[in-house]
Design a protein around this ligand. Structure first.
Ligand SMILES: [Zn+2]
Length: 275
């Protein structure tokens, strides 16, 4: 799933083109993709967006008149593209907008199960839709992060990915950040020393900035990630083989030398069954 670096790179890319011309056609929209019916999509016709904004992993396109907000959540497989008038658009996009002059904003989702979503909301509805989100991941210093992580006792990998606690980090960047911070994905948040907390805050800042810089240049996953999906490859710091621990829906990647004092993390569900 695209996270802060990916979403912010797209936001910067889309900001200008989506606000250049008014919408002349709203839709079509896949029935599973468009999550709202009031206000109707046609309400966008004739209006111009003020630009592209982002909150956590969601993109927001408010109209210039302040009356409507188009909210987009790409989930895992959704991709948003701005196409010029002469560029070929996919035949069956999950969602499309056409601007005056023929350019388009297209949402595609290459997956059997449509999970990406588009909401057309009033600013009040949009605020309610976003109110559960924690502070932005790239904006936190060590002190703010300390208040957040010490507020609950949870494993760091799960805590960093919880959008209600911190908005913008998912599986991939939790792997990258914890590796850069030399912290175990299983470490308990309330056990962090001041020094470890400083390291975590610094790693969040530098890793998210590194990711954004690479994504703005169009870097691939392969080039962007150094730990995520790197099972069996040498750690970029110490050369130890990157290990993984599997969960039902995701996998944690880590370096046993840098992060867990040489310990191999066990799948906790499996160990429970064997106990
Ligand atoms: Zn290492």
């Amino acid at each position: 799933m695209p996270e802060f670096p990916e979403m912010e790179a797209w936001r910067r890319q889309l900001d200008e083109p989506v606000s250049a011309f008014p919408v002349v056609k709203a839709g079509p929209a896949h029935i599973a993709t468009l999550k709202t019916f009031d206000p109707p999509l046609d309400e966008l016709v004739g209006r111009t967006f003020s630009g592209a904004e982002r909150r956590g992993k969601r993109l927001l396109f408010p109209t210039e008149d302040g009356e409507l907000v188009l909210l987009v959540h790409l989930m895992t497989a959704g991709r948003l593209k701005h196409l010029l008038a002469d560029e070929k658009a996919p035949k069956t996009p999950a969602f499309a907008l056409e601007f005056q002059g023929g350019s388009k904003l297209i949402l595609t989702e290459n997956a059997k199960r449509k999970r990406a979503g588009v909401w057309l909301l009033t600013p009040e509805q949009a605020a309610r839709e976003l109110e559960h989100l924690g502070p932005e991941a790239d904006s936190l210093d060590a002190e703010q992060l300390g208040e957040i992580v010490r507020g609950e006792s949870r494993r760091l990998h799960a805590l960093l990915r919880d959008q209600r606690v911190i908005a913008g980090i998912g599986r991939a960047w939790a792997n990258e950040i914890l590796h850069a911070a030399k912290l175990s994905p299983y470490a308990l948040s309330k056990d962090l020393t001041d020094e470890e907390l400083e390291r975590l805050a610094a790693a969040m800042r530098t890793e998210l900035a590194r990711g954004l810089e690479l994504r703005e240049r169009g870097a691939s996953d392969e080039k962007t990630y150094r730990v995520h999906h790197k099972l069996g490859e040498p750690c970029y710091v110490c050369g130890t083989t990157i290990a993984q621990v599997d969960f039902e829906e995701h996998t944690i990647y880590y370096c046993p030398e840098c992060q867990t004092g040489g310990r191999i993390l066990k799948d906790r569900r499996l160990s429970r069954l064997l106990r």
